[in-house]
Design a protein around this ligand. Structure first.
Ligand SMILES: NC(=O)c1ccc[n+]([C@@H]2O[C@H](COP(=O)([O-])OP(=O)(O)OC[C@H]3O[C@@H](n4cnc5c(N)ncnc54)[C@H](O)[C@@H]3O)[C@@H](O)[C@H]2O)c1
Length: 306
C-alpha cells in the first residue's frame, strides 16, 4: 500500500492531459491556487504558444488573458509534449477530446485511449505515494469501468485501489464563460469508494465555489451526458413546434408564451412548470450535438468504442 495522499498546494503536483477549452483553464486555475501544474498535450505548436505566455483558446474569454498573466508570474505552470511528466504528478486530470464518429455516432476514443496508454505507462510501480487520476472529459456511461480502468491497469501492470485511485469529474463549462463556469458551477464527482471521492472533493475545493457532490462512476457519467441530452431534446422540441406552428399558421412565440402559462395561480414547484424554450437556429457548439450519442451508446449492453 502506498502512503496516503493529502491534497495540498505545497506538496501535490498536478498534471493536466489535454490543454483545450477544458484543460487549459483548469490547469491555470490550479496553478493560481498554488499548485505546481504541468500541462501535457500532443500538439507541439500549442505547447510552444502556451510556454511563450500565449493563449491557445479561440474566441472571447473574460478573465483568461489576465489569468495567463497572473500564473506566468508565479512560474507554477509549464506545458510539454513529454508524457514522462506524468511520473512527477500525484494528480493527473484527463481533458482530451471525446467526439463521436461522423457516420456511426459511436464514441471516437482515439485521443482518450492514447492518453490512457501514455499515463498507464508512466505510472511507476516504484511510487511511494498514491496517485489520483481524474477523467474530466465527457464519456459514455460505463466508460470508466470498461475502458479507462482496464487500459490504465493493463498499461501500468498496477491495480486500481492499492496502486492508483480513479475518479470521474465531468466538466460543465461553456466556451465564452470558461473561468466563470469552472468557478461557479456545481460539480459531480464519480468515484468507486469514499477515499477517492473525498480526495477528489478536497482537490476541487481549491478552484470550484459551487457545490461538489459525490456519487458512483456510472451515475456521474449518466448525469453529464444526460444533462446535455436533456438540453438537446428541449431545443429540438422548441424547433419542431416552430415548424408545426408555421405549417398550421400559428405564431410560435404566442404558443410558447401560452404553454408556459399552464400553471396554477402562485405555482412555484419546478416540476409543475412548462418551460418551453425559444425556437432558434438549431443545436450546435462543442458538446450538445455529440453528448446525446454518448448517452445512448452507454446504454447499450456492451461498450467497445473505437
Ligand atoms: N469545450 C466545451 O465546451 C466542453 C464543455 C464540457 C465538457 N467538455 C468535454 O471536455 C473534453 C475536452 O474538450 P475540449 O473542448 O477541451 O477539447 P479540445 O479539443 O479543445 O482540447 C483537447 C486537447 O487534448 C489534446 N490531446 C489529444 N490527445 C491527447 C493525448 N493523447 N495526450 C495529451 N493531449 C491530447 C488535443 O491536442 C487538444 O489540445 C471533451 O470530452 C469534451 O466533450 C467540453
Amino acid at each position: 500500500m502506498k502512503s496516503m495522499m493529502k491534497i495540498s498546494p505545497k506538496t501535490t503536483h498536478i498534471a493536466v492531459c489535454g490543454l483545450g477549452y477544458v484543460g487549459f483553464p483548469v490547469a491555470l486555475l490550479f496553478a493560481k491556487a498554488g499548485f505546481q501544474v504541468t500541462g501535457v498535450d500532443v500538439n507541439e505548436e500549442k505547447i510552444r504558444k502556451i510556454n511563450r505566455g500565449g493563449n491557445p483558446i479561440e474566441g472571447k474569454e473574460p478573465g483568461l488573458k489576465e489569468l495567463i498573466g497572473q500564473v506566468k508570474k508565479t512560474g507554477r505552470f509549464q506545458a510539454t509534449t513529454d508524457p514522462a511528466s506524468y511520473q512527477e504528478a500525484q494528480v493527473i486530470i484527463i481533458a482530451v477530446e471525446t467526439p463521436v464518429e461522423e457516420e456511426t455516432h459511436e464514441p471516437a476514443y482515439r485521443a482518450l485511449k492514447s492518453a490512457l496508454r501514455d499515463i498507464g505507462q508512466n505510472l511507476s510501480a516504484g511510487r511511494s505515494k498514491e496517485v489520483l487520476i481524474i477523467v474530466e472529459s465527457t464519456i459514455a456511461p460505463q466508460t470508466m469501468a470498461k475502458v479507462v480502468q482496464p487500459i490504465l491497469e493493463a498499461e501500468s501492470g498496477l491495480q486500481m485501489g492499492p496502486d492508483f485511485l480513479l475518479a470521474n469529474c465531468p466538466e460543465r463549462l461553456m466556451p465564452g464563460h470558461l473561468i466563470e463556469n469552472i468557478t461557479n458551477y456545481n460539480r459531480v464527482i464519480g468515484a468507486p469508494d469514499q477515499r477517492t471521492a473525498d480526495l477528489a472533493k478536497s482537490l476541487y475545493k481549491y478552484i470550484v465555489k459551487g457545490k461538489l457532490e459525490t456519487t458512483d462512476w456510472v451515475t456521474a457519467e449518466i448525469v453529464k451526458a444526460g444533462e446535455n441530452a436533456y438540453r438537446d431534446v428541449q431545443i429540438a422540441f422548441a424547433n419542431e413546434m416552430a415548424l408545426l406552428c408555421e405549417a398550421l399558421g400559428a405564431n410560435v412565440w404566442e404558443v410558447r408564451r401560452l404553454i408556459n402559462e399552464c400553471k396554477r395561480r402562485g405555482e412555484t414547484r419546478f416540476e409543475a412548470l412548462r418551460q418551453m424554450h425559444f425556437p432558434g437556429a438549431g443545436v450546435g457548439g462543442h458538446c450538445l450535438p455529440k453528448d446525446s450519442w454518448l448517452l445512448v451508446y452507454g446504454a447499450r449492453e456492451s461498450i467497445e468504442p473505437n
